[in-house]
Design a protein around this ligand. Structure first.
Ligand code: SF4
Ligand code: SF4
Length: 186
């Protein structure tokens, strides 16, 4: 089987927002929509030991996705490889998925009248390419791959380093793993 996942190495992220811009351009998003924001905290510490923390966000491609269960039309779907996506033609814009997502990862595209989200660039992935945010991150802070392949970068990182997942207690089984550390230090 294939199980796609992403690792966010916050030790390496410098908060440049290249991933955010690349995603918006690739997906031709309206100006009021962002699929993958980067949150910044800081500066923290006492001079000269001062640093900034950056947290890249994205849809968690939950193994137990609340958005799919909440969708009344079947527009929100999960593929066998774990990718959660929206079939625009089936979406009636009821926003049930937006309300159900605990990660605030879904957004109304008012131009199209559909509830949209990151789909891990699934068209690119199935051509053997990386999601556009991963390709663009010059810091290698975003790492993507098959968690069921023991030789993939994501497997090696998840299996060898301490990682955390966001809101794990909600049983959504998020498939984005965070390596926590000082920003830009990797
Ligand atoms: S994840 Fe990469 S591209 Fe995105 S802000 Fe961090 S360093 Fe920049
Ligand atoms: S993060 Fe939200 S939109 Fe993404 S799969 Fe999970 S519940 Fe659905």
């Amino acid at each position: 089987m294939t199980r796609y996942a992403m690792v966010m190495d916050t030790r390496r992220c410098i908060g440049c927002h290249s991933c955010t811009v690349a995603c918006r351009t690739w997906n031709e998003l309206p100006t009021d929509m962002i699929y993958n924001p980067v949150l910044t905290d800081g500066p923290v510490g006492v001079y000269p030991n001062v640093h900034m923390n950056h947290m890249p966000l994205i849809c968690m491609h939950c193994d137990n996705p609340a958005c799919v269960g909440a969708c009344p039309t079947g527009a929100s779907q999960q593929d066998a490889d774990g990718i959660v996506w929206v079939e625009d033609a089936k979406c009636i814009g009821c926003k049930a998925c937006i309300q159900s997502c605990p990660y605030n990862a879904r957004h109304m595209n008012h131009e199209l009248g559909v509830a949209a989200k990151c789909n891990f660039c699934k068209d690119r992935v199935r051509e053997g390419k990386e999601p556009h945010c991963v390709k663009t991150c010059h810091q290698r802070a975003r790492i993507f791959g098959d968690l069921d392949d023991p030789n993939s970068d994501v497997s090696r990182l998840v299996n060898s380093l301490a990682t955390v997942r966001l809101l794990e207690e909600l049983d959504t089984d998020p498939q984005v793993y965070y390596i926590i550390g000082l920003g830009g230090q990797g």
